[in-house]
Design a protein around this ligand. Structure first.
Ligand code: AMP
Ligand code: MG
Length: 418
């Protein structure tokens, strides 16, 4: 399990910027070191545990990039077209029986190995076949044209996949191209998730008139699974210090991270803070971010705890900036900074300097073809519809105080966050 020191999340200032939060997590959270082997088909989304050097060059042999005609470039005429007699035929998966005779050309297909001595391929679209079946080749094709040399993609021995890489389908494809059947990855990060609040009922259970169904827990569990975590669903804990403390103590030893939602403001009915303090250490990170509320960062017996705010949108946004880097750091993953894509704002907005704000927005193609961000019309941090009906978040940096229609802003697509 993760073992972090009690002062792991200590922080001096009154307010913390998003960058400070991510920096602190990245430098102070130690990676777990347990590895496991997985078959390629199960490798997507996992964090690679060791560098992978290419055991063979890619492509493994020099081959034709097109369907066409192979020849020695030196045989090509300098100015006029010339007819070449055919000598040989090589299909993908086949081999040339002999070198091409001087002044001849061989029929070749995409992916077929180049015959010895041949160094150039004409695309079949660029040639003509004369009455006697000879191939008429125009002048001027460069040596090496339409040929894929062995190792042009990746030379043998090159470190092609780095430890810490979160594997995506293209990384799995590369491992398969090397002939590997599996990869060594970091074991899944185990996360215990629970909600707090007497006003919450679990879907499937009776709901009293003053209760709402717990939605955050399902959102957070889904987000964690997208990050490759093994999730334990611990349900809803009541707003009561002793039962919270007991619940937390029980799970701490068996998980790498505890994630809670709700109950971390400073109100007298917010008991998570007091419960964690009674069995471990806790600091409140007041982040200069909107939507957002203080995020509780605790350690219980070496296990980190993150307490997210209860409002669904605040919970979503703080997950992205605090939980996501923590999970990556625990898994020893390379940092994956979020990169907002510039596009055009189609809204007006005012904000305070010194705070980063995220505006829920949908994308629209404007009349001139440019991509525009349309702000969701309402702002409440409790509006789940604002997450459901938009495509992502416009990120307005600390320096910005004012957005006018037509201005360039940075956009983070939901698809790129997890
Ligand atoms: P809290 O952070 O506990 O003060 O909660 C802030 C708001 O978020 C309150 O209106 C809560 O009812 C709501 N809330 C808290 N937890 C959840 C949850 N798990 N699902 C949906 N809403 C929640
Ligand atoms: Mg509450």
């Amino acid at each position: 399990m993760a073992q972090l020191s009690d002062d792991c999340f200590a922080f001096g200032g009154p307010m913390m910027s998003v960058d400070e939060a991510v920096g602190l997590i990245t430098t102070r959270v130690n990676a777990i070191v347990d590895l496991e082997a997985v078959a390629l088909v199960d490798a997507d989304g996992r964090v690679l545990a060791r560098d992978v050097a290419a055991p063979l060059p890619l492509p493994p042999f020099t081959n034709s990039a097109v369907d066409g005609y192979a020849l020695r470039n030196a045989d090509l005429p300098e100015s006029a077209a010339r007819a070449f007699p055919l000598d040989g035929r090589i299909q993908a998966g086949g081999v040339a029986q002999a070198p091409i005779r001087p002044g001849h050309t061989a029929r070749i297909f995409t992916g077929a190995p180049m015959p010895p001595d041949a160094d150039t391929v004409f695309m079949q679209e660029d040639v003509r076949i004369d009455e006697s079946g000879r191939i008429v080749l125009p002048p001027g094709l460069k040596r090496g044209a339409n040929v894929r040399p062995a190792g042009e993609d990746i030379p043998q021995g090159h470190v092609a996949l780095r430890a810490g890489q979160r594997l995506r389908p293209q990384h799995v494809a590369l491992a398969a191209a090397f002939g590997l059947t599996g990869l060594e990855v970091v074991r899944r990060i185990r996360v215990a998730v629970f909600s707090t609040g007497d006003e919450l009922a679990s879907p499937g259970e009776p709901r009293s008139a003053s209760q709402l169904f717990d939605s955050n827990r399902f959102m957070l569990m889904a987000m964690l699974r997208r990050l490759g975590c093994d999730v334990s669903d611990l349900g809803i804990l009541r707003d009561e210090r002793t039962s919270l403390a007991n619940g937390l103590k029980q799970v701490a030893g068996h998980h790498d991270l505890i994630l809670t939602t709700g109950g971390v403001s400073t109100g007298e009915e917010d008991h998570v803070k007091a419960a964690v303090e009674s069995i471990g250490s806790l600091v409140l990170w007041r982040m200069a971010i909107k939507p957002g509320r203080p995020v509780a960062m605790g350690i219980i017996g070496g296990t980190p705890l993150i307490g997210l705010p209860g409002n669904p949108v605040a919970s979503f946004v703080t997950f992205v900036h605090v939980v996501r880097p923590t999970v990556l750091a625990l898994a020893g993953g390379l940092p994956e900074p979020l990169t907002p894509i510039p596009l055009r704002a189609a809204f007006t907005y005012r904000k305070k300097a010194g705070r980063r704000e995220y505006v829920r927005a949908s994308l629209r193609r404007a009349q001139d073809g440019a991509l525009e961000a349309i702000k969701f019309p309402r702002e409440g941090a409790g509006l789940l519809s604002s997450l459901v009906e938009t495509d992502g978040l416009v990120e307005l940096g600390e320096d910005i105080t004012n957005v006018e229609p037509g201005q360039d802003v940075g956009f983070l697509s939901y698809a790129g966050l997890l």
